[in-house]
Design a binder for this molecule. Structure first.
Ligand SMILES: [Zn+2]
Length: 84
């Protein structure tokens, strides 16, 4: 995938991919670029997220004294795409 320059602030855009969705995000202003097909994929992934995921689909971790604090769970596909 070719590098893109942000049209808003001329910052460098990096690629974010997850499953079937790829978008580019500006490091400067956090603007997003995606093509039409990727927008469709993102909407489908978001719909699937809310259709098939629930709070009890993940196994509970083993609790130990030195375990790190849990990360907040993403509430949507889009949130998971831009997390981390
Ligand atoms: Zn920008």
């Amino acid at each position: 995938m070719a590098n893109l320059t942000c049209p808003a602030c001329q910052g460098e855009m990096s690629t974010r991919s997850q499953d079937r969705v790829t978008v580019r995000q500006c490091a400067g202003c956090e603007g997003i670029f995606l093509d039409r097909a990727q927008l469709g994929s993102l909407i489908e992934a978001e719909t699937d997220w809310h259709t098939y995921r629930s709070t009890d689909t993940a196994r509970l971790p083993r609790i130990t004294p030195d375990m790190p604090a849990p990360k907040p769970r993403p509430r949507s596909y889009v949130e998971s795409l831009f997390q981390g």
